[in-house]
Design a protein around this ligand. Structure first.
Ligand SMILES: Nc1ncnc2c1ncn2[C@@H]1O[C@H](COP(=O)(O)OP(=O)(O)OP(=O)(O)O)[C@@H](O)[C@H]1O
Ligand SMILES: [Mg+2]
Length: 280
């Protein structure tokens, strides 16, 4: 497995895009990288996710929007094999998540909403561990780890125990770990939460550059401005069901409203305006 150096396309703004070269990633840009078909999750009597269908292709960023409790994290956990769906199926790079879990998991990186890293490891040890887990050859892994630490400005903290990292530092280390094997697919659950403006910018630029070299990026966010600026398409989930999906222009249709207006209209937020007026 060859791991292209980050410097070939990621950490220099003017760097020429490197061709996608990832483990088990023969599919060209534009092909289906993430497929959810009829995904459903029932907790007791509560149907948290009610038959979600979605597709993310290589070379696109898709934002996953929805109110608190709408089912974003649950859907992402089913797509990444952390939760068994009550019904439906998910496939990553053509590998069924339930039937071919190892192949599916080898082809994506995942940063959960609250990463739980190993506190007793040092930053560089965590990345070395991730490199071994994903069977990245040692030399390539060391080089890439050093570049990722530099990109996320963690080089000085690399020898410190992870338990001493701030929330934002842990978030960045988790992202570095998810990128170490240069996966063709990336899942991020609210990736900018806890990041300072500079770190958030580094991460957003990185995601755009990864997209440009063929990575499929699927991330949830409550920051509609980020979705509007970065995403090729968005999917909006409300009470477990996708209520809209497409480009921002498609969602906007003939109206001139912002994504916030569209979001509030689709998720019933507009009705709270009246309540706010009464309370004010
Ligand atoms: N382990 C669980 N047991 C029971 N119910 C759960 C469990 N995890 C999630 N739920 C429920 O499933 C629904 C969807 O939760 P989920 O965490 O997917 O929402 P979300 O869209 O990620 O919300 P947020 O924006 O707050 O992160 C909620 O009603 C939640 O209470
Ligand atoms: Mg969530």
């Amino acid at each position: 497995m060859s791991i292209p150096a980050l410097s070939s396309g990621l950490d220099s703004p003017s760097g020429a895009p490197a061709p996608p070269s990832s483990p088990g990633a023969p599919a060209p840009a534009g092909s289906e990288a993430i497929v959810a078909a009829g995904l459903r999750k029932v907790y007791g009597r509560h149907e948290a996710v009610r038959g979600v269908d979605l597709t993310v292709r290589r070379g696109e960023i898709v934002g996953f929007l929805g109110p608190n409790g709408a089912g974003k994290t649950t859907t992402i956990k089913m797509l990444t094999g952390l939760l068994r769906p009550s019904a439906g199926r998910a496939a990553i790079m053509g590998h069924d998540v339930q039937r071919e879990p190892v192949r599916a998991k080898a082809s994506f990186g995942y940063v959960p909403d609250t990463p739980s890293l190993y506190g007793k490891l040092r930053g560089w040890e965590y990345l070395r561990f991730m490199g071994r887990l994903y069977r990245v050859p040692t030399k390539g892994a060391e080089r890439r780890a050093a570049e990722l630490l530099r990109l996320f400005e963690l080089t000085d903290a690399a020898s410190d125990l992870v338990e001493g990292y701030s929330h934002g530092m842990q978030q960045k280390l988790a992202l570095a770990g998810a990128l170490l094997h240069d996966p063709p697919v990336l899942f991020l659950d609210e990736p900018t939460v806890g990041l300072d403006p500079r770190s958030a910018r580094i991460m957003k630029d990185l995601l755009v550059r990864l997209r440009d070299r063929g990575t499929a990026v699927f991330f949830s966010t409550h920051i509609l401005e980020i979705a509007e600026r970065m995403c090729d398409r968005v999917a909006i989930i409300d009470r477990g069901a996708i209520v809209a999906a497409g480009t921002i222009a498609e969602l906007r249709g003939d109206s001139s409203g912002s994504l916030e207006d569209i979001f509030l209209r689709l998720t019933g937020g507009a009705e709270y305006r009246e309540l706010a007026e009464v309370l004010a």
